[in-house]
Design a protein around this ligand. Structure first.
Ligand code: FAD
Length: 237
């Protein structure tokens, strides 16, 4: 009988692990709080031989290369708009750069043939028994697994259930970040502009994008429809 594994969270880590466990004969289930795979997010970069070898062994490298944004340049400026630092697109984007939502979709599809997905549900209790772990769900009936793995992000539900409140494990450093999309009314060129003043109040870094969730490739025509703004805030001085 194969080992039954339950993974909490279907973003990047969850489907990637489900793929590998399925490939090695584990019976894998992934439970995701959201009603469907979450889209959106910014670019995820892969760099160097290790990253590319893992993607190749997973059989997703060609598909991800087809989704490669080509990266986009990043420029940091001072308070007067003078350029302090410029990172060209090929440096900023790594060897392959893919929007987070599209990466999650590729990993999900790759894991699907050997994985059971439970959307719109969440684990409410874990109880260790002599034969495994009895898991209670918010929606579904209780089930037993041999192993439960948390891939449910920074505020992990599994860490809370297994080890206690997150205040015991997470130390907030006082930084906040938010990104959103808006019309490119300043007609900014492709790329990001960053103004970073330690201890300051909100700063912003607009990034042009060809469509929501997608940054342009260096060879794509200059986009002018959508821009992504990012702001971050530090309490420290
Ligand atoms: C502001 C910001 C910008 C970033 N920019 C980049 C970037 O440019 N490039 C890059 O490579 N990385 C970036 N990252 C990091 C990247 O987002 C993370 O490394 C990556 O998303 C982590 O993947 P994950 O699968 O571990 O967790 P997450 O992506 O956090 O996914 C957790 C999943 O678990 C699910 N979940 C949550 N609670 C439950 C529950 N109770 N039950 C079931 N499911 C649950 C969530 O719905 C989600 O699907 C950024 C992160 C932040 C915060």
């Amino acid at each position: 009988m194969s080992t039954k594994v339950l993974i909490s969270g279907a973003s990047i880590a969850g489907p990637a692990l489900a793929y590998w466990l399925g490939r090695y004969g584990f019976e894998t289930t992934v439970v995701e709080l959201a009603p469907a795979l979450r889209g959106g997010g910014q670019a995820v970069d892969f760099r160097g031989e290790t990253h590319l070898t893992v993607l190749e062994r997973m059989g997703v490298l060609d598909e991800l290369r087809a989704l490669d944004t080509g990266g986009s340049p990043i420029t940091f400026i001072d308070g007067r708009g003078r350029q302090l630092l410029h990172l060209p697109a090929d440096f900023a984007g790594g060897d392959v750069e893919v929007p987070r939502g599209e990466l999650a979709q590729v990993l999900y599809q790759r894991s699907l043939p050997r994985t059971e997905y439970l959307f719109d549900d969440s684990i409410t209790a874990l109880e260790e028994t002599p034969t495994g772990i009895r898991v209670a769900f918010r929606q579904g009936a209780p089930r037993e697994f041999d192993l439960v793995i948390g891939a449910d992000g920074l505020h992990s539900n599994i860490r809370r259930l297994a080890f206690g409140p997150e205040e015991h494990y997470v130390r907030h450093l006082g930084y906040y970040a938010a990104t959103w999309q808006l019309p490119n009314y300043l007609d900014l060129p492709p790329g990001s502009v960053g103004l970073n003043v330690p201890g300051g109040l909100p700063r912003s870094a607009p990034t042009t994008a060809t469509r929501p969730g997608r940054v342009p490739s260096s060879s794509s025509p200059r986009p002018n429809s959508v821009t992504t703004a990012m702001t971050w805030h530090s309490r420290r001085r």
